[in-house]
Design a protein. Structure first.
Lengths: 212, 287
């Protein structure tokens, strides 16, 4: 989905706003397809993971076959810079930071809502949640489609920072798994898990930046 | 069931001898590749069938042995086998679900990292994205070597399943706790399986290196790590999986599918749960 979003940004690089909207819609649609594939084909976590892995590789292969060239660069975005406390920061970087902040605020607000409480319930014990009348299927559907939307938009926003290739999603996948695994080790569910994820991902990025 | 396995084993042997009748270089080349991948598939089945662990990191022993063979020759076989065994043993301390994820991460990390790996060889920097070169064997010799290894391993494994040890292994693979209850040393059996599986995967990597005469970071690719899983999608019978490996390699390397083989593999991954259940329901006597 991340790769898909980045390629949409490349194809629609003349209009940033359209690229962000289209990448979000493409990610959302891909999320719907993925949810139905998982629902109708898999019966447990491992099967669902393998089905989604196959789906991800299919997207990459379709991109590789349709666009042929190995690497692309998004160069048509006009960068405007602002001087903040002596640092030159581009509008695009500020937009990325703003969207990330908005996302985290929405995430915390979500876990205070009725919807968030039901999500936490499903996260803790799926069977029990279903016994108590929570429509788990509806919630799983919404989580997959919304996260697909978000990761596709993040691919679009970060497309200017790296060379685009069909395999660009794998490092993100690995980072995501490492960050999620470390956050789970530190414990917590719901909002607390996400706070841990943010702390771990910031630390991870800083360490990766210093080491590499 | 056992007789059908032996008949299928003979079918595999017949397919392996077919290039000697056709005597076409292209057929030898593609069949050699199919044989190398089939050996990798056999090694994967040993781990999955007798320990219950699904590995996505068999590209690791395959790739590391190919790389080390290009650098240090036959010393690579015990070294790669030991490293792979230790890694699989450590990862097996996680539960079986986490083992799947961790092996997949390991495979991808190596695939991403190896292009940055360079070696100073006689004051020349080698490795990187281009990989390493070595002297390859003539095509016929390479084919004879790898196909003999495949046939020998296949029939040894079929024989093993008929023995008491084979039953112990199957018991551990099916239900570890029950096997422990029967008094079996489960940890020892699992370790032995990891060693055998790693060793066979290491040999497949070495055969790959001597066949191509060149080793690139692609030996760690996601294609190599997923191939054994895809080849065993219809079950874990040794001969059936080898025949499927042949079919996959022949159909994707000798046809218009050559550009689309990863898409085919990805599609098979998507539909694998249905395919596997269908195969178990309809073809139980073969798998």
């Amino acid at each position: 989905m991340y790769t898909l979003g980045a390629y949409v940004a490349y194809l629609l690089s003349k209009d940033v706003i359209t690229a962000i909207i289209v990448s979000g819609l493409v990610g959302f649609t891909a999320g719907i397809v993925l949810r139905y594939l998982i629902k109708f084909l898999s019966k447990n976590t491992i099967e669902a993971t393998i089905v989604s892995l196959g789906f991800g590789i299919s997207i990459e292969e379709i991109l590789r076959m349709s666009l042929q060239t190995s690497y692309f660069l998004v160069v048509e975005v006009k960068e405007t810079f602002l001087n903040i406390f002596g640092e030159k920061i581009s509008i695009l970087q500020l937009t990325q930071a703003g969207i990330s902040l908005l996302f985290f605020i929405l995430l915390f607000a979500l876990f205070k809502s009725n919807y968030g409480l039901k999500l936490k319930f499903i996260e803790e014990d799926l069977e029990l949640a279903e016994l108590y009348g929570v429509d788990a299927d509806k919630y799983i559907f919404s989580v997959i489609t919304v996260t697909s939307f978000l990761i596709s938009v993040s691919g679009c926003l970060l497309s200017t920072t790296q060379a685009l290739s069909p395999l660009m999603g794998f490092p993100i996948l690995i980072c995501g798994i490492i960050v999620a695994a470390l956050a789970v080790i530190f414990g917590g569910i719901g909002a607390r898990l996400h706070i841990n994820s943010i702390l771990v991902s910031v630390t991870y990025s800083l360490l990766a930046g210093i080491v590499l | 069931m056992k007789d059908s396995q032996a008949i299928l084993g003979l079918m595999v042997a017949t397919v392996i001898f077919a290039p000697f009748i056709l005597k076409l270089t292209l057929v030898f080349w593609i069949m050699n590749l199919a044989v190398v991948y089939s050996i990798l598939v056999l090694s994967w089945i040993i781990m999955n069938k007798y320990t219950g662990y699904t590995s996505f990191a068999h590209s690791f022993p395959f790739g590391i042995s190919a790389y080390l063979f290009a650098l240090y020759g036959f010393l690579s076989i015990p070294v790669s086998c030991f490293i792979s065994f230790v890694i699989f043993l450590i990862l097996s301390k996680l539960n079986k679900e986490k083992f799947v994820f961790s092996t997949f991460i390991l495979a991808i990390v190596f695939w991403m990292a190896v292009p940055y790996l360079t070696f100073n060889y006689d004051n020349i920097v080698v490795g990187g994205e281009e990989g390493l070169s070595l002297k390859s064997l003539p095509l016929m010799d390479s084919y004879l070597l790898s196909s003999s290894f495949l046939i020998t391993s296949l029939f040894l494994l079929l024989f093993l399943e008929k023995t008491r040890v084979g039953l112990y292994l199957l018991a551990v693979g099916n239900d570890e706790v029950a096997a422990m209850g029967l008094g079996l040393n489960v940890n020892l059996i699992k370790s032995v399986c990891f060693v055998i599986s790693s060793l066979i995967a290491v040999f497949s990597g070495v055969f790959y290196a001597v066949f191509f005469g060149h080793v690139s970071p692609d030996v760690f690719s996601v294609e190599v790590s997923l191939f054994p899983f895809i080849a065993t999608i219809l079950g874990q019978s040794y001969p059936v999986s080898v025949l499927i490996s042949f079919a996959l390699i022949l159909s994707t390397r000798a046809s218009v599918l050559v550009k689309y083989h990863l898409l085919l593999y990805a599609s098979l991954l998507v539909v694998f749960p249905k395919l596997r259940r269908y195969a178990i329901a309809r073809g139980a006597k073969f798998i």
